[in-house]
Design a binder for this molecule. Structure first.
Ligand SMILES: Nc1ncnc2c1ncn2[C@@H]1O[C@H](COP(=O)(O)OP(=O)(O)OP(=O)(O)O)[C@@H](O)[C@H]1O
Length: 321
């Protein structure tokens, strides 16, 4: 088991008040798995990624266990965490500029990433060999003119270029766990497809474990083996991606799938789930999805469902009790 999360709760303590955004989350991920976290905006996906990589801002408070490669990262000091960041875990942020050092040229940053991996794997490389490897990695991301990219500073690159440089950094570092938070949003559709394929190949060829965060169920379908569907800081459904897409059980998952035009569950008409996600400051009492759910009955408004196991799936819904 590479990652084992037990009873994780996360709060943000802000001027508007303290609110809980992740509620009693339990999750195990084996080495080599490709897992996607999907759900509408503000469902808590990025927060979970930031907890695992210990990049949560200071307003974030956690309780529970996040055991990564045998170590509870929530208990590590910042200094201890720095040692495993990049080698055990690396996160590609929604805003990829956050992953780069603004005052270092791209060449220096990518060479450093490769040096970290080489030292971990006891590989000796000359400067020229390392540089060739860096250029090869940039080319695999279809970045034209890698030599020119290397001499630039991050602010001299376009959004799409920064995105790919950060993905390149992940390729060079080869962490045990890569957390990619909407890594393809700044990219056009063709490059998006290439990056998704690259992540898939990387997972297959190197057994790198990947957590892919996206609001796009279609992308999660193409990429991941297992899927966790988030709503209001809860996992509403989790199981094998193919099975969930073929036969979604939670009404929220069905709604998400019905709203993507390429999905087999799409009716042909434009569809979006009625209503809006609740505010974390005033979450409904029972099931957090009940106010938007067309199958909700009395109990759903009174009592929050616990996890129910059905056909290798975990679902948080009273319909399946
Ligand atoms: N630094 C922060 N301080 C206070 N609240 C935060 C902070 N970061 C996130 N939140 C709140 O936590 C909730 C969950 O946000 P999160 O970014 O984890 O969701 P998400 O599913 O990744 O959505 P998105 O795709 O829009 O980022 C949101 O209501 C968000 O406003």
């Amino acid at each position: 088991m590479l990652l084992s999360i037990k009873h994780l709760n996360v709060w943000y303590n802000t001027v508007a008040g303290k609110y809980k955004v992740i509620d009693d989350l339990n999750l195990d991920i084996d080495q080599g798995e490709l897992v996607s976290l999907v759900g509408e905006s503000a469902s808590g996906k990025s927060t979970l990624g930031q907890v695992i990589s210990r990049m949560l801002p200071p307003v974030g408070i956690t309780s529970g266990e996040v055991v990564l490669d045998g170590v509870d990262v929530l208990k590590l000091s910042e200094k201890e965490m720095t040692k495993i960041r990049g080698t055990t875990v690396f996160m590609i942020f929604q805003n990829p500029l956050n992953s780069l050092n603004p005052v270092k040229r791209i060449e220096e940053q990518l060479m450093e990433a490769l040096a970290i991996r080489n030292s971990r794997m006891n590989i000796q490389m000359t400067f020229e060999e390392a540089r060739k490897e860096v250029i090869k990695a940039l080319e695999s991301l279809r970045l034209p003119d890698p030599e020119k990219i290397l001499i630039r500073y991050p602010h001299e690159l376009s959004g799409g270029q920064v995105q790919r440089v950060v993905i390149c950094m992940a390729l060079l570092l080869r962490p045990k766990l890569l957390i990619a938070d909407e890594p393809t949003t700044a990219l056009d559709v063709t490059i998006q497809a290439q990056v998704v394929k690259l992540l898939k190949d990387l997972n297959r060829d190197t057994k790198m474990t990947i957590i892919f965060i996206t609001h796009d169920v279609g992308l999660a379908y193409v990429l991941s083996d297992r899927m966790l569907v988030f709503y209001a800081g809860r996992v509403m459904e989790q199981g094998q991606t193919v099975e969930i897409v073929k036969n979604p059980l939670h009404p929220y998952t069905s709604g998400l799938l019905a709203s993507i035009p390429s999905s087999p569950k799409h009716s042909g008409k434009l569809y979006s789930i009625p209503g809006y996600p609740p505010s974390y400051l005033s979450l409904p009492k029972g099931c957090k999805f009940a106010p938007r759910c067309r199958f909700a009955f009395e109990r759903c408004f009174e009592e929050e469902p616990s996890y129910i196991k059905k056909d290798n799936r975990l679902i948080r819904c009273w319909l399946y009790e």
